[in-house]
Design a protein around this ligand. Structure first.
Ligand SMILES: Nc1ncnc2c1ncn2[C@@H]1O[C@H](COP(=O)(O)OP(=O)(O)OP(=O)(O)O)[C@@H](O)[C@H]1O
Ligand SMILES: [Mg+2]
Length: 602
């Protein structure tokens, strides 16, 4: 992106932010026009009234009364136009916010991994909000001098072509100087926005990790970072203010010089009999409007630069490709395969992939396109069966779960859910078939009831209570003074880890999806909470195809098939007893966890 130049293409793109806003632009043009008209009528009213009173001229007095009527009418119209103008700005902002939010919501996971949360907040809240200032003031600051200057030059040309042409030449020179001086403003505006975004990122980090910030000496580093970025942003803003002051000074001087030149030349021409003196006076009075134009064009350019920078930042979101509705690139390379009895759980007959609840075939994947995180992974879970994924940290277990959720595109291989390739699902369909409980399930800062209902909007209160009972959450919820209406605070801060997890399970219960994905749903809990959550999980698993990433032996022992993952590959698979007999990695993990004294925890 060229940070200095304002191009027609850039301007066109910026204007495309304001869809369906014809009425706004009309009002924007009408406002300065009405202002000029109101001032003109007022001046004529004073002239007529004074002359009528002094000459006792009733006809003139009648005309001035008529002018007063026009003045009142025009003033009221101005109020009405201002109201419509402000109303239109509200509507445009409402549409723009929704457009950015909807787009953000549809962006794929990699976007959010590459951008700090604060960056999205900065764009959605501050940058979009600052666009409002451009809509309300900035555009007027650009349009008004242009309209008034243009109108004045046109009338001067009409009054006297030669002086008019001179005014144009002088204006072009002044405008050129103003534009050259204002060129760095755009780069400065970009830098200021970038620094403010970093400030918001630092602030979000400090607030999100407040307990760590308070406890560790690293806090000083975080505060130091914030303070430095804040100081840099202030310094950059000051530099910009200084540049704007310089531009203003030069503009006013050049406007004044233009006036002097026109005055001298006009008087000289009048003296030579080339133009009458009245015309020179009229031109000089119009020259004020030209001066207003010249005195504002550089700063108007700066305002435009600011607006375009804000637009660019919003387009950094809007230009990102969104997730397609269909998972078209998933599973296109599907080939017929059949699974062994081991894949389906011991004792099962040979099954085809159509019969599997989850069938992952030869899947390879990397987050960055370079390092393979999964390499030829094969996993099959029979319908209604349970498979467990275990293995070393960083082995790729959570990545398997994220691929099943459609968060990323596969590099190669294919996935089928309930017999259908992922390519056959829309994202919405896919996700409606899956209940997902992550390790640290997110709770929204709304009531417990609404958090559970988030699993299936429209579920009745009775269904919410039933889901909570099945997740062993009902009893502790009822102990709160406000029961199900208790607000859980930001991220569910007012609840314990076990309570949060059971509410997340209730949310999965109410969703009642045929496939259940659990990613270490109990690993962070104490023994008592774990037992309750474990009971909830077992109830939830009943009859559903379940893939569970687990560190707890209690969960794994009962699984129909256990897959042991290391280095992005499945290195062992089978039932607990079979794997224990193999004396491979699984056995080593179990022995290790038993040896650590924390029984049953990998
Ligand atoms: N969003 C990401 N971007 C880039 N690399 C990632 C991302 N998420 C995970 N990885 C990398 O992929 C590898 C597998 O990660 P994954 O989270 O799947 O492991 P895991 O088996 O679930 O580990 P753990 O048991 O510690 O949860 C790791 O090397 C990790 O650093
Ligand atoms: Mg993981």
């Amino acid at each position: 992106m060229n940070q200095e130049k304002i191009t027609a293409a850039g301007l066109k793109k910026y204007l495309s932010l304001f869809e369906k806003s014809g009425v706004y632009w009309l009002c924007l043009l009408m406002l300065p026009g009405t202002d000029v008209f109101v001032s003109m009528v007022k001046a004529l009213f004073y002239q007529n009234t004074i002359n009528a009173l002094m000459a006792s001229d009733s006809e003139l007095f009648l005309r001035s009364l008529w002018m007063a009527g026009v003045f009142l009418g025009a003033s009221m119209s101005r109020c009405l136009i201002t109201y419509i103008y402000m109303y239109q700005i509200r509507r445009i902002m409402q549409r723009l916010r929704l457009r950015v939010m909807t787009h953000l919501h549809r962006l794929p996971m990699p976007y959010f991994e590459g951008h700090h949360t604060a960056d999205s907040i900065q764009k959605l809240c501050f940058n979009v909000e600052n666009i409002k200032n451009s809509l309300a003031n900035g555009h007027q600051r650009i349009i008004s001098p242009l309209l008034m200057g243009g109108a004045a030059v046109t009338i001067i040309l009409w009054l006297d072509l030669r002086i008019g042409l001179m005014v144009i030449v002088l204006s072009v020179v002044s405008v050129r100087v103003g534009l050259v001086l204002s060129r760095p403003l755009r780069g400065m505006a970009v830098r200021i926005q970038e620094l403010l975004a970093v400030c918001t990122e630092n602030l979000t980090d400090i607030l999100a990790g407040l307990d760590i910030v308070k406890m560790f000496p690293g806090a000083r580093v975080m505060m130091g970072k914030y303070s430095k970025t804040n100081a840099d942003a202030a310094a950059c803003t000051m530099k910009r203010i200084r540049r704007m002051s310089d531009i203003h000074a030069v503009e006013w001087v050049s406007g004044f010089l233009c006036n002097v030149v026109i005055l001298v030349i006009g008087v000289f021409m009048s003296h030579m009999g080339l133009v009458d003196f009245g015309t020179v006076v009229a031109i000089l009075s119009l020259q004020d409007m030209v001066s207003f134009f010249l005195g504002n064009i550089g700063s108007a350019w700066g305002t435009l630069a600011d607006a375009l920078v804000l637009g660019d930042r919003i387009f950094q979101v809007l230009d990102q490709p969104v997730c397609s509705e269909h998972l078209s690139t998933h599973g296109t390379q599907w080939q017929q395969i059949s699974y062994t009895a081991g894949d389906m759980g011991a004792g099962e007959r040979l099954a085809s992939e159509e019969e599997c609840g989850i069938a992952i075939k030869n899947v390879s994947f990397s987050y960055d396109g370079l390092d393979k995180v999964l390499d030829g992974v094969n996993i099959a879970v029979g319908r209604g069966k349970t498979a467990a994924l275990v293995g070393e940290s960083g082995g790729g277990k959570s990545t398997v779960v994220k691929l099943l959720l459609g968060f990323y595109e596969l590099d190669s291989g294919s996935i089928r859910l309930l017999g259908k390739p992922l390519a056959g699902y829309t994202l919405e369909e896919l996700r409606s078939n899956i209940a997902y409980v992550p390790q640290d399930a997110y709770l929204f800062s709304i009531s417990i009831k609404e958090n559970i209902r988030y699993g299936r909007l429209g579920a009745s209160d009775e269904e919410v209570f039933r889901a909570a009972r099945r997740a062993y959450a009902h009893d502790f919820i009822m102990e709160f003074p406000n029961g199900y209406d208790t607000l859980v605070g930001e991220r569910g801060e007012s609840l314990s880890g076990g309570q949060r997890q059971r509410i997340a399970l209730a949310r999965a219960f109410i969703k009642d999806a045929p496939i259940l994905l659990l990613d270490e749903a109990t690993s962070a809990l104490d023994l008592e909470s774990e037992q309750l959550v474990q009971k909830g999980i077992e109830a939830l698993m009943g009859g559903r195809t379940t893939l569970i990433v687990a560190h707890r032996l209690s969960t794994i022992e009962k699984a129909d098939t256990i897959y042991v993952m290391a280095g992005g590959r499945v290195c062992e698979k089978g039932r607990h007893t079979e794997l224990m007999e193999q004396k491979g990695m699984y056995r080593r993990l179990v022995d290790l966890s038993n040896g650590k004294g924390k029984k049953g925890n990998f």
